[in-house]
Design a protein around this ligand. Sequence first.
Ligand code: HAM
Length: 417
Amino acid sequence: MTKYAAPRGTKDILPAESSHWQMIETACRKVFELYNYKEIRTPIFESTELFTRSIGQTTDIVGKEMYEFKDRKGRSLCLRPEATAPVVRACIENNLLSADQTTKLFYIGPMFRYERPQAGRQRQFHQAGVEVFGSNEPRLDAEVIALNLQLLSEIGLKDLEVDINSVGCANCRPAYREKLRDYLKANIKDMCSDCQDRFEKNPLRVLDCKEAKCQKYIENAPASSSMLCVDCSNHFKQMVGWLDGLMVKYKINNRLVRGLDYYTKTTFEIVSNKLGAQNAVSGGGRYDGLVEELGGKPTPAVGFAVGLERIIGLLSNYELRITSESKTQLYIATIGDEATIVGFEMMQKARSHGISADMDYLGKSLKSQMKAADRAGAKFVYIIGDEEIKKQSAVLKNMQTSSQEEVAFDLLLEKAK
Ligand code: HAM
C-alpha cells in the first residue's frame, strides 16, 4: 500500500507542540491589541498578479518561489507567499482606508514559498504581522519596531538584534541603483550567477546575496543611506531619534534591502545569532507606494511579519519550558454498563457547565481507567459503579493529593468547579 508523507517543506504541528503555538498566538493577539490593531483574515490564495505587481518581478519570491496554479477557468492564482499585498488588496476592496485616520490591522496564518527546505525554512510556514496605513510619521515606524520587540520579549526571546536601514524612495533610489551598478560592474563576472542576473534586472538585490564569494564585493558596496534625498534622510534621522527615545537598541545595516520590492524609506529586521543561516525572526518596513500601485489612493504604510517557526526554534534553543497544563478537570471512571450510561450523561453535563471532562471508550478495567486519567493529567476522577448509582453518591479522587471524598451526584459539578 502507498505510504503518504507530508509534502516536502511542510510539517504537522502535533498535539505535543500545539501548546507552544497557542501560547505564541495568544501573545501576538495580546500585544497587537495593546497597540489597538484589529484582526484581518484574507484568503489563502489570491490572483498571481497581485504578488507579481507588489513584491516585484525580479525578486526570488516571484521568480522562483510562488505556488502558482490555474483554476478550472484558466485564471492564474497563487498560494499567498506573504500577507502585506493581500491586506492592501482587502483594504482597497473593502474601503478600509481613509485619509483622516490610521487603519491598524494584524494577521496570523500560513504562507507558502517554494524554497529549499532547511532549518528555519519551510515551504509552508506561519507569520504573524501588522500593517498600519495612513501616516508617514517616522514615529510610527519606531512604534512598529518597538511593538515587534515587545511581542518577542513577551514570548520570552532574548539576545535579539534590531537591524535598520533606509532604502530611499522613488526619487532617490534610481540614482543609488546606478551608483551601485557602476560599483559592481568591475567584479560582477566573479560573482555568483544569481548576482549576475540581479545585476542586470535589479542590482539592489545583489546586496541580499548570501554566497561567500560575493561577500567581499558586497561589503564594500556604496550604502543606500549615502544617496538618500532630503526627505528620506530626514525621515530616517527622525525615526532613529524616536527609537532612541524609546530606548530601543539597533544597528544600522546598510545592506538591509529585504527580499521584496515594495519597501520605501525604513526597512528593518530582528535577527538572532542562535538561528544559523536563517537568522531573521522578523522583517518589515515602510511601503508608501504600494496602496497606490495596487489601485488605491496614495496611502503611506508600514508593517512587519514575524516567522512563527523561527520563534519556536528559538524557544527550544533557550529550553524555555512552556507549561503544557492539562485542561482535563474531571475524568469519569465507570464499572458496568449502567454506570457507563450514568457517567456519560454526567460527563456531558459537566462539559455544558464549562468543566472539561473525559471518560473511557474502550471498555477498560478500573485500573486502566485510572491510568488513563493520570495520563490525561485529570485533576479529579469520579468513580461510579452499581452501588454508587443506588446511593446516588460516589468517591471523588483528587489526583494531585490522592485524597478522596464521597460526593453526591447532584453536588459533583459544584465540587469540581
Ligand atoms: P519576509 O522577510 O519575507 O517579510 O518574512 C517575514 C518573516 O517570515 C521572516 O523574517 C521569517 O521569520 C519568516 N519567513 C519567511 N520565509 C520563511 C520560510 N520559508 N520559512 C520559515 N519562515 C519564513 C514579509 O513577508 C513581509 N510581508 C513583512 C512585512 C509586513 N513588511 C511590511 N509589512
